[in-house]
Design a protein around this ligand. Structure first.
Ligand code: GUN
Length: 302
């Protein structure tokens, strides 16, 4: 069997059309343009390219975005003052500090300085806590994007055994929470594997749904996958490729060619989860703009 490819790019494009229509209505009826503030510290090429993709996506939807770039040597106070200015700027409804920061020890303080009402990444402890309790919150973009991609692709999570590999605060842990929640996009039985797991394959072989979010190429090999499982690859690893103009290519965490022959559905890298992540960031920014102006949340199909 060769798996069906889950085309994240196409699903994201559908969503963005709906978002663009809502942005146009907000402008027409309320003279309101949703705005995203982006903070980039240092010159990590991968971070630079993610930030550029997010800003381009904003522009395509008719949203405003503003980038503040700081040198890798920027101190905590300097970064906090940029975040503070964005907290107070009425044109900015969502704030994103691109991670990782050159000095990762600053990350938590900076994330907590973002107003929870503008925390469109869903990383502030207020939003994390609200999400865990099933209360309205900004949901983190990659897990939320995966849930919508599964739904749109006809993958039932209710009653499924989902095995997540990777326990990051950005993907693995919030996804475990959302998938296990009693909700239309959840209701799965969840196993969370990590670097301390003895024999990850023992768990993934029992899974209906495997989500690879370890950040390491080759994490999931064909022998770790049950026939007919659904495989979601969150990895975006740059590996050297002298045949490319850029000098690199992106690969996921999954051995795509071999796993494809066993899975029923699989996401590619690139073009799988990545476009959905950006779409959910746009969605959260739109949601935030609406909430700041006392408007109800938009209802979108997925
Ligand atoms: N770095 C990797 N993924 C993300 C994300 O979703 N948001 C931010 N801010 N940084 C990231």
């Amino acid at each position: 069997m060769s798996a069906e490819i889950l085309d994240g790019k196409a699903i994201a494009a559908e969503w963005r059309q709906t978002l663009a229509a809502d942005v146009a209505l907000l402008q027409r009826d309320h003279q309101l343009t949703p705005g995203l503030g982006v903070v980039l510290v240092g010159d990590n090429p991968a971070s630079r390219s993610y930030v550029t993709a997010k800003e381009k996506a904003c522009a395509e939807l008719g949203m405003y975005s503003r980038e503040e770039t700081l040198p890798a040597t920027a101190g905590l106070d300097e970064i906090l003052s940029v975040v503070d200015a964005m907290n107070r700027d009425p044109r900015i409804h969502g704030i994103l500090v691109q991670l990782p920061l050159p000095d990762s020890s600053m990350e938590q303080v900076i994330l907590e300085a973002i107003m929870p009402e503008k925390d469109v990444d869903g990383f502030h402890p207020v939003n994390v806590g609200r999400m865990m309790l099933g209360l309205p919150a900004f949901l983190p973009c990659t897990p939320h994007g995966i849930l919508h991609m599964l739904k749109r692709s006809g993958v039932k999570t209710a009653g499924a055994h989902a095995v997540i590999v990777g326990r990051s605060n950005i993907v693995g842990r919030p996804l475990a929470n959302l998938l296990s929640m009693k909700s239309a996009l959840g209701n799965a039985t969840v196993t969370l594997c990590h670097t301390g797991t003895t024999d990850v394959g023992t768990f993934t072989r029992q899974a209906d749904l495997v989500i690879a979010a370890a950040g390491r190429p080759g994490t999931i090999t064909a022998d770790m996958i049950r026939d007919g499982a659904v495989v979601i690859d969150v990895g975006t690893n740059r590996i050297a490729d002298p045949s490319r103009k850029s000098g690199f290519r992106l690969v996921g965490d999954v051995d795509f060619d071999a796993v494809r022959e066993k899975a029923s559905k699989i996401t590619p890298v690139p073009g799988g989860v990545g476009p959905m992540t950006i779409t959910m960031l746009l969605y959260n920014t739109l949601l935030s703009a609406r909430r700041h102006h006392g408007l109800g949340d938009p209802v979108f199909r997925s």
